[in-house]
Every structure is written in structure tokens, then in C-alpha cells.
Write a protein that binds this ligand. Structure first.
Ligand SMILES: [Zn+2]
Length: 327
């Protein structure tokens, strides 16, 4: 019996397709005995792995929410062997507000694991996902994108942990996903990320970064949905006809983040997908408050491919401008 206050309306042990809500008790001025309705779906049929599909971990990342909303409608129990549990708006208050973090508690769900069953709504959601849903799962696909402040070239990412028993399978899933870029990154087991939560629960996890800019790019969502379906077929939970994958992804084993070191107006000189070299000028930081002052220069430190750039032009020291995939 879980000590988490969330009540699931649907029976996750039952076969067939069900949709409903996770009820997170939320007593506030306008609704004394209310709850936050976190959408959930489950498609189950016979024996096989349990897969958790998640989007809206960050509420302003819409591509995954579109993909999983579509899959909830399309998936048929007869195509499934095992169980697919879908949380399209994982941090529901954030997703409802179109914000990265929850407007209720400022919580960033993807920094909140393992959560706290007596904490804030974001902490309670994190605790439920880790100790109830991931506890029963074999695989997690957590679909992220650039959100409001970043724009990504479509990338599939696999976290690698020390002595990761799923490393070979993760490599196979990334190679076969069909997105143009793949990235490996090292994660500590103790982290607040969903991938760390998955590792603690012996769950093989894969994540994505798909576009962003606070919008939805149909080419990206279609490409990523096809990739997710390919992965689900590969792990044996789904049996549907597949379109052939495109070219093998360009895989990066290292990453590099480029930051603004001063406050000003940032002018990016590279775009997602561009190949760049160490020492190349990455951006100019302009100072319209100081007429006549020369712009500051930001350089790339490594050879690589630009996976993502920051969107808003106003920057402060500490804002990330670019995410590079490197080898
Ligand atoms: Zn995210």
C-alpha cells in the first residue's frame, strides 16, 4: 500500500483500454475538497513488459503531449502485449498553464524525483511516478523538447549510469529510433531526473528533445512518434506495421553547454543542426544600454553539432545559449 495520496481512477491491472485521472487531493479557497485531475491512460493485453510513456513533465513542451494524445486515441489492446501506461500531462498544473514549472509550487518535476508523499503537488507527483508507476514498469520514455526558451534539432537521448545493465539495449533503441541525432549522457543515480528515478527502479529509460519554441512542428512530432513506435515494437510491447526508419542517427558521446557570461542582447551565430568548431564565434552579446560599446563575443569550446539554441534574446550571466553534441 502506497503512502502517496494520489488515487488512480482506472484499474491499471485490468486488460483493455482505459482513460481517466490520477486524483491529487488539492484543497484550496475555491474548492475545499477538490483534486487536481492528472490525465492517465492504460492499454493492456496479456503478458509482456510494462511501459510508461510520459510527456508534460515540463508543461511548456508540447510535442510529446501531442504525440501521446494521438497514441491514446490510436492504440488498440489487440496490438499490445503487456501494458502501456500513458501520462500525457505528467506535471498537470504546469502543463495546464503552459509553463516549465508548476504555477502552484514552482516545482520542476524533472528535478523533483524521488519526490515526497507529504510535500507540494509537484513532489507528490514525482513520488507517485517513482514509487507506484515506475515500480511496476520495465521501460520509461519521457518525451521532452526545448519548451519556451530553447529550440532543439530532434534528438533521442539515453542516460547512462554506472554499471548500467541496459546499456546495450539503450544503444539499440537510440540507433533504431530514426531521429537525426542521438546523445549519450552520464547521470548520477541520486539525481532528481526521471531517468535517475527510472534507474533506481530498475527501469530502462530513454528520453527525447523535439523542437521547442513553445510550439509544435508537425514534421518533428510525426518523426518522433514513428521512432517511439519503432522502439515499442523492438521491446515487444507493440505489434503494428512500421515505416522503414530513415538514416542512422549521428551519435554523440559527449555534450557541451555554452553560457552567456554577461547581461545583454544575444545574437546567435549558429542554428540547431549546424556543425561547429572549437574557437568559432557562437554569439554576440550586444549592450544597447551602453551606446558605442563593442558587443561581447561568445565562442564554442569544442567541435560538435548544435543540438539546441536559446530563443529569447535578452540574456543574463548563467543563461545557456547552446547545447552541443560532441565526440
Ligand atoms: Zn523538458
Amino acid at each position: 500500500m502506497s503512502d502517496n495520496p494520489i488515487v488512480c481512477e482506472i484499474d491499471l491491472a485490468a486488460p483493455g483500454k482505459q482513460t481517466g485521472y490520477l486524483r491529487l487531493p488539492h484543497s484550496v479557497h475555491r474548492s475545499a475538497y477538490g483534486y487536481l485531475p492528472i490525465p492517465i491512460a492504460c492499454v493492456a493485453n496479456g503478458a509482456g513488459p510494462t511501459v510508461l510513456l510520459m510527456s508534460g513533465n515540463h508543461g511548456d513542451e508540447y510535442e510529446g503531449q501531442v504525440i501521446l494524445s494521438t497514441m491514446i486515441r490510436e492504440l488498440e489492446p489487440a496490438e499490445v502485449s503487456g501494458r502501456i501506461i500513458i501520462l500525457p500531462m505528467a506535471n498537470f498544473p504546469a502543463a495546464q498553464a503552459g509553463m516549465r514549472t508548476s504555477p502552484i509550487d514552482d516545482g520542476n518535476l524533472n528535478r523533483s524525483f524521488p519526490g515526497n508523499p507529504t510535500g507540494t503537488p509537484t513532489q507528490i507527483i514525482a513520488h507517485y511516478i517513482e514509487t507506484v508507476l515506475l515500480k511496476e514498469a520495465d521501460f520509461l520514455f519521457d518525451l521532452h523538447s526545448g519548451g519556451s526558451s530553447l529550440l532543439y534539432a530532434p534528438t533521442v537521448l539515453a542516460p547512462l549510469f554506472e554499471n548500467d545493465p541496459d546499456e546495450a539495449l539503450k544503444r539499440e533503441i537510440v540507433d533504431g529510433f530514426g531521429l537525426p541525432h542521438g546523445l549519450w549522457f552520464e547521470r548520477p543515480e541520486s539525481g532528481g531526473y526521471s531517468s535517475a528515478a527510472a534507474f533506481r527502479q530498475s527501469v530502462c529509460s530513454i528520453t527525447t528533445e523535439l523542437g521547442g519554441a513553445g510550439t509544435v512542428n508537425r514534421a518533428y512530432t510525426q518523426e518522433a512518434k514513428a521512432g517511439l513506435e519503432r522502439a515499442l515494437v523492438r521491446i515487444g510491447v507493440l505489434d503494428i506495421p512500421l515505416a522503414p526508419a530513415g538514416a542512422a542517427p549521428r551519435i554523440f558521446g559527449k555534450e557541451d553547454l555554452i553560457y552567456a557570461q554577461e547581461t545583454g542582447l544575444y545574437e546567435p551565430l549558429a542554428e540547431p543542426g549546424d556543425t561547429v568548431e572549437a574557437g568559432e564565434l557562437a554569439a554576440l552579446i550586444h549592450y544597447p544600454e551602453t551606446p558605442g560599446k563593442e558587443p561581447g563575443e561568445v565562442y564554442f569550446d569544442n567541435d560538435g553539432v548544435v543540438l539546441c539554441k536559446r530563443l529569447p534574446a535578452r540574456v543574463e550571466r548563467g543563461d545557456c545559449l547552446f547545447h552541443l553534441g560532441c565526440n
